[in-house]
Write a protein that binds this ligand. Sequence first.
Ligand code: MF3
Ligand code: CO
Ligand code: CO
Length: 276
Amino acid sequence: MTDAGILEAPYRGADIKIHGPEGFEGMRKAGRLAAECLDMLTPNVVPGVETQYLDDLARNFILEHGALPACLFYKGYGKTVCISPNHVVCHGIPGGRTNLRLSEGDIVNIDVTVIVDGGWHGDTSRMYLVGEVSPKARRLVSVMYEGMARGLAAVKPGARMGDVGHAIQAYVESQRCSVVRDFCGHGLGQVFHDNPNVLHYGRRGEGEVLKPGMFFTVEPMVNLGRFDVKVLSDGWTAVTRDKSLSAQCEHSIGVTETGFEIFTQSPAGLFMPAGL
Ligand code: MF3
Ligand code: CO
Ligand code: CO
């Protein structure tokens, strides 16, 4: 009855895949390319730039590196990246009506996912500051990054997914900001959106037990006002209901024996905006 191949990674434990060394290798390659794509965009994120131009740059970069843009044609999405300025929480469409061009003073998230050889997905996003940005907008972006750091710091074997969400929520709310409930992080690997759901709020000791070899994203969305979100009639663009500013960043990570490995670290050190 026992098949020699049946326990080879990835196998499913409690419906969350556990990956082996080849998975880590694939994710390093995918994660690095996704991060390099966001690095490449950095000098182009300037006042007046057309968001469609940024999407074109990202698509060409990914294709030139022999990879595929995961979002293009994903569930009917027609672009390579999501570009979400100011009160757009996530899934802003390049060339869309809420973000045709970027303007001086905008804070903007750009989110990219690539698929490399072997089908591995690298999914990452970060904030960019467009020209001079107001102190309150900078504060939101800082709070969001610190929340992310605290969530990641909770990742280790034996910890629970709720520990991660709790760490993010506790910090963000202590700074009088809010954590979006309607979108979450996700397992990924050779599948784009897989189990588990990674909530960016929660209670300590609840949720899945983390194990070495699990791959998932952490991608908190943090609002200056209330956490409520609505999706516009384009079916994608999510905005804050109270029109308050929103910020997000995202890493793809793997749980290791001692903690976690970030697959989407920026080779140029640009994950956080300069001078934040
Ligand atoms: N990259 C997004 C995420 O973090 C997913 C975007 S789906 C799209 O999971 F279709 F909008 F591109
Ligand atoms: Co993601
Ligand atoms: Co993403």
